[in-house]
Design a protein around this ligand. Structure first.
Ligand SMILES: Nc1ncnc2c1ncn2[C@@H]1O[C@H](COP(=O)(O)OP(=O)(O)OP(=O)(O)O)[C@@H](O)[C@H]1O
Length: 257
């Protein structure tokens, strides 16, 4: 499979160096993939690493908004310049290239794939220790392009409790295995809600199955993130850097290994 991937590999921007590339994927949309991407980036950045996010969710880009970034980026002779968040995370997203971020991206697969390759080749990333890729949901065309074209070192899968009982997670896990990319961990998001009055954990979407699923696929690193209204409010306000979600600590450790 390595030879197969090598055949499609694209060259990184000539003026940039990226240490590790981590793809954050989910079986379906709306489960907290972008939230997880931002929080892994924020945590790694806090530890002193040089961190970048490639927003590859081209038809539903949400990374700039989570960091309060708006407006268009520009180019220099080395390439397109990523935007930099308040704490120094470099971001590239389709929403930083279009005139009106509210316009839908109505492009067919090959054009979307070209855009992803350009994000890798034409963006002047500079020196980066960890690049996180916010993947489009699912296991379709664009995830396949990313796994073939970019040197992805590891995958983090984000799920909701319901997905764990269906085959949605299994598809992501099997795609990682097929592409020969290590699965670093699984995040079960919106796992439970802690009642602010009684402190009780309520499993709103039913009991968790994360342990069984992790065992089934031989994955040691997994975590559960609660539903927390302050998370949504903080992200909506563009303040992703002010959140600290300790539930991701073991995933971060797996990325750093
Ligand atoms: N644990 C949580 N508690 C409260 N709100 C959450 C939590 N996780 C995610 N959210 C909110 O749910 C919404 C969807 O999350 P997010 O955008 O991260 O999902 P996604 O999987 O990236 O979706 P898409 O595939 O559409 O990009 C966002 O408004 C986010 O702030």
């Amino acid at each position: 499979m390595d030879k197969f991937r090598a055949k499609f590999r694209k060259e990184l921007n000539a003026h940039s160096h990226v240490g590790k590339v981590i793809a954050v994927m989910s079986g379906k949309g709306g489960v907290g993939k972008s939230l997880t991407t931002t929080q892994l980036a924020v945590a790694l950045n806090r530890q002193g690493y040089k961190v970048a996010i490639m927003d590859a969710d081209l038809t539903g880009p949400s990374i700039p908004q989570a960091f309060g970034l708006s407006g268009q980026t520009y180019g220099v002779k080395e390439g397109i310049v990523p935007r930099v968040t308040k704490t120094g995370i470099k971001v590239m997203s389709i929403n930083l290239l279009v005139e009106n971020p509210g316009d839908p991206v109505i492009w067919r697969g090959p054009v979307l794939a070209d855009m992803i390759n350009q994000f890798w080749t034409d963006v002047y990333w500079g020196e980066i220790d960890y690049m996180l890729i916010d993947m489009p949901p699912g296991t379709g065309d664009i995830p396949l392009t990313i796994f073939q074209s970019l040197p992805v070192d590891g995958i983090v899968v984000v799920t909701s409790p319901q997905d764990l009982v269906s085959m949605i997670v299994e598809k992501s896990v099997r795609m990682a295995n097929t592409m020969d990319i290590p699965l670093l961990g699984i995040v079960e998001n919106m796992s439970y809600y802690v009642c602010p009055d009684c402190g009780h954990k309520h499993y709103i979407f039913g009991e968790s199955h994360i342990e069984d699923v992790a065992k089934q696929f031989g994955i040691d690193t997994y975590t559960q993130m609660p539903i927390d209204p302050t998370i949504a409010q903080t992200i909506d306000a563009g303040k992703a850097e002010s959140l600290k979600i300790e539930h991701l600590d073991n995933i971060i450790a797996a990325i750093e290994k």
